[in-house]
Design a protein around this ligand. Structure first.
Ligand code: ADP
Ligand code: MG
Length: 283
C-alpha cells in the first residue's frame, strides 16, 4: 500500500534533516505503528506520507505509484487525524462534518459513528466549546468521513479517557477487519502493542527496528515467572527465568513458602523500546 525508500526531509528553516533516510513498507490491511520519543520525526513522516510536506528526497509510493504523481484525488482515498485536532470553532460539530462531507464523493452517514463515539448528543454544540477529548473524537469521525482506504492517525488516543480510547481502538481494529490500512504514530506502547501488526521504532529521524510486536518480544525479551511469598512476615519477590523454573530451587519455593502471587512476566514493548533506543518514554 505504501512503500518508502531512502526518505529524507529537512524543514527549510532548519540546518539538520528531521527525517534521515528511512525505508519501510506497509501492506494492505495492516496496522503499521510508528513509535518514537518526542521530536523523533513521527509527525513529520506522517505529513510527508499525506503530501502535506512535498519537498522530500527519496521515494514514496502509494498503491504502486509515486506519491508525487497523485493530485488532490489522493484525499478522496485517505483519512487523516492530526496530533492537534482542528475544527471550525464557530461551527457546531455537525456543521463541521457537513462542511467536510461536501468535499467527498462518497461520504458516509455520520450518525452511527457519532453515537458510537459519544458525540451524538453534542452534535449541535459549537466545536470551539468542545473539550480536548471531544475535539479528538470529532476529528477521528472526520477522518472516516470519506470511507477511506487508508487512515493516517497521529497519536490518536493521546488525551482520551480510557473508555473513549477503548471505543476508538475498537473502531480502528474494525477498520482493518474491513480491509483498511492504517499508519499510526504513538508513544503509548500498550496501545501500539494491542493494535499494530508491525511497528517501526524511529529515533532522531532514523529507524532502529521494524518487526511485529511479538517478534520483538522474542528477540529482546526475557520470559520470566515472578513469585511473591511471605517469609517471617515479610513480602519477598523473586524472578525466575524459564530455565530456572525447571530447577529444584523453584519447586522447593513453591512447596515450602506461603505463595501470595505467581505470574509470568512478559517483556513489554516499552522495555524493548528503552533497550533499542536508550530513550526513556514519558506518558
Ligand atoms: N514546522 C516545523 N518547522 C521546523 N522544524 C520542525 C517543524 N515541525 C517539526 N519540526 C522539528 O522536527 C523534529 C521532529 O518533529 P516531529 O515530527 O513533530 O516529531 P514527533 O512527532 O516524533 O514528536 C523536531 O526536532 C521538531 O522541532
Ligand atoms: Mg508528533
Amino acid at each position: 500500500m505504501i512503500k518508502v525508500k531512502s526518505l529524507k526531509f529537512r524543514y527549510p528553516k532548519n540546518e539538520d534533516y528531521t527525517v534521515k533516510g528511512i525505508d519501510f513498507e506497509i501492506a494492505k490491511g495492516e496496522i503499521f505503528g510508528f513509535l518514537g520519543p518526542s521530536g523523533a520525526g513521527k509527525s513529520t513522516t506522517q505529513r510527508l506520507l499525506i503530501k502535506l510536506l512535498r519537498d522530500f528526497e527519496g521515494e514514496v509510493e502509494y498503491c504502486g505509484r509515486p506519491l508525487k504523481s497523485y493530485n488532490d484525488e489522493f484525499y478522496q482515498d485517505i483519512g487523516v487525524s492530526f496530533e492537534m485536532p482542528i475544527s471550525f470553532s464557530k461551527l457546531t460539530a455537525m456543521e463541521n462534518l457537513d462542511f467536510f462531507k461536501q468535499l467527498y464523493r462518497h461520504p458516509v452517514d455520520v450518525e452511527p459513528m457519532l453515537k458510537r463515539i459519544g458525540l451524538w448528543d453534542d452534535r449541535d454544540k459549537k466545536a470551539g466549546e468542545f473539550s480536548k477529548g471531544m475535539k479528538i473524537r470529532l476529528n477521528f469521525v472526520r477522518a472516516l468521513l470519506n470511507n477511506p482506504k487508508m487512515l493516517f492517525l497521529d497519536e490518536p488516543t493521546n488525551g482520551l479517557d480510557p473508555v473513549n480510547a477503548r471505543i476508538m481502538k475498537d473502531m480502528i481494529l474494525e477498520f482493518r477487519e474491513q480491509g483498511g490500512t492504517v499508519f499510526l504514530t504513538s508513544h503509548i506502547m500498550s496501545d501500539v502493542d494491542e493494535l499494530c501488526d508491525r511497528v517501526a521504532f524511529i529515533v532522531d529521524g532514523k529507524l532502529q527496528e521494524i518487526d511485529s510486536p511479538r517478534n520483538l518480544k522474542i528477540k529482546y525479551g526475557k520470559r520470566t515467572v515472578k513469585v511473591e511469598y511471605k517469609e517471617e512476615g515479610q513480602l519477598i519477590q523473586r524472578e525466575f527465568t524459564m530455565d530456572e523454573i525447571k530447577t529444584p530451587a523453584f519447586f522447593e519455593l513453591l512447596q515450602n513458602k506461603d505463595i501470595e502471587t505467581l505470574h509470568s512476566g512478559e517483556t513489554t514493548l516499552e522495555e524493548i523500546f528503552i533497550k533499542v533506543t536508550g530513550v526513556h518514554l514519558r506518558g
